[in-house]
Write a protein that binds this ligand. Structure first.
Ligand code: TPP
Ligand code: MG
Length: 550
């Protein structure tokens, strides 16, 4: 006879789960006891939201679902933002929640919320486990659904009486390999024809191009066709950005320098574009034609309506497409002449020594202390646009940013996950003073886990991005500033280290010393956001006029 929680944990082990993040409650105690006796590590966080962000990031970086656990009602509801983060960001994740007993109810309605229903719009599947005998199949199904394209979160609710109940022994369902079908020959022929006749082709790498399984095949396609490429924010890094075909990242939807190339292209091969991202360009009736290459068909939107679709396993499908066009492309390099001009504009003023530090200088100095395979994980704030636009990447998944839910509070937990998975690589969280404080309690978790992690806090005493938009829209400056704790002493109170940067020339050495010193190290740097308006509004607005005039 097997106990429900033992069956659950055996099924999780069968899925290769090695760690679970969360905050258990009374209703999970059987599961906690089963975990104690298992090979799975239980990692306690200080808020369920951080556990969900960590589990989602585990899924994003490994392709295998990350797992998080909470109690019923209040704990489960703290997973909602993490579920939405994984749903919009296409990150495989399995959420386990507890519930009061369903066979007997001795506590009436205390703490009971219909969690399964609450998560229906936030997950790919949300189910209650009602008997021990269904646990193996439900767990297998949950992991399959979470991981298959398009990946996302799944919720399983385990009531405490089912967890504690002894039932018949049921066999665990073993995994088997599944190959994703490759695109249809007809669609490959059609796409090849369009590429061969294009005069100014351009490749765009989107969010799904960053899936761990995609990246090698995409690199091969770019190298074989030699068509220049740009990326969306979440597609950053999928082909070595150091290659001489990288044209830039579309951090804005229009008018940026990279749009010089996009606007002139007559064909865009959009690899892995997911319309949950803020649009990297706006399709219009007179703009370039688009070929959508991805695991799943395109979602047609007002701003994205491709004329051709190549749907299937991205790497192998692109290999077949390259077979059809390699060596036959005469116009592959047509837009390449714009490259130097675009990249030069992006690096403009990145060594300026103004104080407080400017975003351009900040991105430049951070790049200096992060090796090619080092990882930065961004929270959400004004600096995200600057990093997306200006930070060059050389290795896939070395910039973790969220251009999907774009929630504040995920920067620190996602950096912690990266630091756990890659202990030999440098990892830095980049957070605003607003976003950092939304999950800053996890510094305790990071210290407890003995992570090596630098947390860079950009201090403007404000919800800077919203304050900036308020000014751009000509509203009076109102309601978006706050006071901060002393971040150095705050770090020290957790047993972490802290440094404050007091002049622009100290930024780089302070970051370098923080990495060299190891452990968890907060670096507080004041930032001057006046560049937002000078570059992202005035300079680009004037530029549009000059393009139109020319
Ligand atoms: C959870 C959440 N709440 C609110 C927002 C809206 N929002 C986007 S950026 C931002 C300000 C971020 O402030 P901060 O973290 O200090 O970064 P800054 O822009 O000042 O660099 C806000 C409030 C959001 N994206 N997510
Ligand atoms: Mg701020």
């Amino acid at each position: 006879m097997a106990k429900g929680s033992d069956l659950l944990v055996a099924a999780l082990e069968n899925e290769g789960v090695d760690r679970i993040f969360g905050v258990p409650g009374e209703e999970n105690l059987d599961v906690v006891e089963s975990l104690r006796q298992s090979s799975i590590e239980l990692i306690i966080t200080r808020h369920e939201q951080a556990a969900a962000f960590m589990a989602a990031t585990y899924g994003r970086l490994t392709g295998r679902p990350g797992v998080c656990i909470s109690t019923l009602g209040p704990g489960a509801l703290n997973f909602t933002t993490g579920a939405a983060y994984a749903l919009l960001g296409a990150m495989p994740m399995v959420i386990l929640t507890g519930q009061k007993g369903i066979m007997k109810s001795r506590q009436a309605g205390f703490q009971i919320v219909d969690v399964v229903s609450a998560f229906k719009p936030l997950t790919k599947m949300s189910r209650q486990i009602v008997s021990t005998s269904t646990i193996p199949t439900l767990v297998r199904d949950a992991f399959r659904i979470a991981a298959e394209e398009r990946p996302g979160p799944v919720l399983l609710e385990l009531p405490e009486d089912v967890a504690g109940e002894k039932g018949e022994d049921v066999a665990i369902v073993s995994q088997h390999p599944i190959e994703i079908p490759v695109a249809h020959r007809a669609s490959l022929d059609r796409a090849a024809e369009m590429i061969l006749t294009a005069k100014r082709p351009l490749i765009m790498l989107g969010a799904a191009a960053s899936r761990p399984r995609s990246t090698a095949g995409i690199g091969g396609f770019v190298r074989r066709t030699k068509i220049p490429f740009f990326t969306t924010q979440m597609g950053k890094g999928t082909v070595p950005g150091g290659s001489n075909l990288y044209m830039g990242t579309a951090a804005l939807s229009e008018r940026d320098y990279v749009h010089d190339a996009i606007d002139r292209a007559d064909l865009i091969i959009a690899v892995g574009h997911d319309t949950i991202e803020k649009p990297p360009f706006i399709m219009g009736p007179n703009g370039p034609q688009v070929i959508h290459v991805s695991y799943t068909p395109a979602t047609v939107e007002q701003v994205y309506f491709p004329q051709c679709e190549v749907v299937g396993d991205v790497g192998p499908s692109l290999e077949l497409l390259a077979d059809r066009i390699e060596g036959r492309l005469h116009n592959a390099a047509a837009l390449l002449e714009l490259r130097e001009g675009i990249l030069a504009r992006i690096t403009d003023r990145n060594k300026e020594d103004r104080w407080p530090v400017t975003p351009q200088r900040l991105v430049h100095d951070v790049r200096q202390v992060i090796p090619e395979d080092g990882i930065i994980a961004l929270d959400n704030g004004m600096y995200k646009i600057w990093f997306a636009r200006n930070y060059r990447t050389y290795v896939a998944n070395t910039v973790l940013l969220d251009n999907a839910l774009a929630t504040m509070g995920a920067g620190l937990p996602s950096a912690m996950m990266a630091a756990m998975l890659y202990p030999d690589r440098r990892v830095m969280a980049v957070c605003g003073d607003g976003g950092f404080m939304m999950n800053s309690q996890e510094i305790e978790t990071a210290v407890r886990l003995k992570l090596n992690l630098v947390v860079l806090i950009l201090n403007d005493g404000a919800y800077g991005m919203i304050r900036w938009k308020q000014a751009v829209d000509s509203f009076p400056d109102f309601g978006l500033t706050f006071g901060n704790p002393d971040f150095v002493r705050y770090a020290e109170s957790y047993g972490a280290k802290g440094s404050r940067v007091t002049s622009v020339d100290k930024l780089l050495p302070t970051l370098e010393a923080a990495f060299k010193g190891g452990g968890v190290h907060l670096v507080d740097v004041p930032i001057d956001y006046s560049e937002n308006t000078r570059v992202l509004v005035d300079e680009l607005r004037n530029r549009k006029v000059s393009i139109k005039a020319s």
